[in-house]
Design a protein around this ligand. Structure first.
Ligand code: ATP
Ligand code: MG
Length: 415
């Protein structure tokens, strides 16, 4: 089914809020087998919202609007939908009473008049219960297709979409079959090389289909098979997955929700080991990622941001001679940092990073130069990378590279 997404909010156009709802809905709709015709972002201006919904309905089978459902004067989505559908505004007395009661019990005062707006909806629209907030979603069938309104607040929008909208859209689309989705995660090859190696599969791909998604140095390959039953859908994807794996080899490091940090956890937990990290140029990105998955406390001891050269000496005990001899951005220093952080934090495995994020060089070391060290029961290893891009990109890619260096070591070290 063809679905158009309209995000409402002047702040989206000013760059004050990133249109994350569009990204999230785009991904979810595609997962559910729909196609997104276009994303629109419009200001809190009645005519603009009306035009956007009309345009959406003219070229898609359904329109999802997010935002503008709150109680304030600039929340215009309800009125805009009513105008598009040529219906009036209805008032839900029951809902208004409940809102009022809830407000009184919580704040001990009368509900501000503006809040009663949330009891209004276009005539004929169905109200979709919002488990995380007060503004309900709306579903209004029109001759040109349903108009669906969701709150702008991302967690509310996501819960309502998942619980109420996605199942209905699937029903409207008449999609009775099954889809099987496999995501293969790769690291170490540029996107163009992955594309080249898989190019001829792309050319014939329809069902099962394949798509590449690059993010922070990793490339995800999404395979989707659609068939009457789950078993048939899996049977479509199976051979394609085998073919992709055969062509890419160990570049494929994980599948589905096996992120690099989760796989590191698995590798550590299997041996009863813990990890600590010493970060210079990444300023904590690595530890943030290592502590992301649940269960991190079992395997992460901690770590240190050792940004200044002297701090590497003071906190990790890196020998000043080593720094003078090789430079602070060097593999011997990275290795010494990894060994130092093991001692300091009582971990089994140490991961370290030292480099130049840029924009300019540091001394005679070019921006984007990154040295990674890993130390542990299986020995030490270090690596130097040259990462392209601006400061932020270098920092993000460097963290990803460090995590992959650690995963690689864990996979090669004897258990
Ligand atoms: P509320 O009932 O809270 O007023 P609403 O439906 O009126 O909800 P908005 O007022 O438009 O929604 O937005 C509420 C908040 O949700 C915004 O401050 C913004 O942080 C976030 N938000 C709105 N639209 C988007 C969007 N497209 N992407 C990401 N966040 C958004
Ligand atoms: Mg609002």
């Amino acid at each position: 089914m063809l679905v158009e997404v309209v995000a409402v909010g002047t702040e989206l156009l000013l760059g004050q809020t990133i249109n994350g709802n569009a990204a999230w809905l785009g991904a979810r709709l595609v997962e559910d087998g729909h196609t997104v015709s276009a994303h629109q972002a419009v200001p809190d201006v009645h005519e603009m919202i009306v035009d956007a919904i009309r345009l959406g309905l003219s070229r898609a089978d359904a329109v999802i609007v997010t935002g503008g459902l709150g109680p304030t004067k600039d929340d215009l989505t309800r009125e805009a939908i009513a105008d598009v559908a040529g219906v009036g505004i209805a008032f839900d007395d029951d809902y208004a009473r409940r809102l009022d009661e809830r407000w009184r019990s919580r704040f001990g005062s009368e509900l501000p008049v503006s809040n009663f707006k949330q009891a209004e909806h276009p005539e004929g629209a169905e109200r979709l219960r919002n488990p995380k907030g007060t503004a309900p979603g709306l579903w209004l069938d029109t001759p040109d297709g349903p108009i669906i309104a969701l709150p702008g607040v991302p967690p509310e929008m996501q819960a309502l979409f998942t619980d109420e909208v996605a199942p209905r859209l699937r029903r409207v689309a008449g999609w009775a079959g099954s889809r099987h989705v496999v995501v293969l995660r790769t690291y170490g090859l540029p996107e163009s090389t992955v594309d080249e190696r898989l190019g001829d599969i792309f050319e014939v791909s329809g069902n099962p289909s394949m798509a590449l998604l690059a993010s922070d140095g990793e490339i995800k390959i999404r395979l989707i098979g659609e068939a009457g039953t789950e078993t048939e859908a899996m049977a479509l994807v199976g051979p394609l997955e085998a073919e992709v794996r055969a062509r890419l080899g160990s570049v494929v490091f994980g599948r589905d929700d096996e992120t690099v940090e989760r796989l590191i956890h698995v590798g550590l937990a299997a041996r009863g080991w813990t990890v600590a990290a010493a970060e210079s140029m990444t300023g904590g990105h690595i530890l943030e990622r290592l502590t992301g998955p649940p269960g991190a406390s079992e395997v992460v001891r901690g770590g240190a941001v050792v940004y200044a050269t002297q701090t590497k000496v003071d906190v990790l005990g890196v020998a000043p001679d080593l720094i003078d001899g090789h430079g602070v951005v060097s593999e011997p220093v990275a290795t010494a940092m990894a060994e130092g952080v093991i001692r300091r934090f009582g971990a089994d495995v140490g991961l370290s990073i030292t480099g130049v994020a840029g924009p300019g060089p540091s001394g005679d070391v070019e921006a984007g130069t990154v040295c990674i060290g890993v130390a542990g029961p299986g020995g030490t290893r270090s690596r130097t990378l040259r990462l392209p891009g601006d400061r932020e990109r270098v920092r993000r890619y460097a963290a990803t590279a460090a995590l992959h260096q650690l995963l690689g070591a864990l996979r090669e070290w004897p258990a």
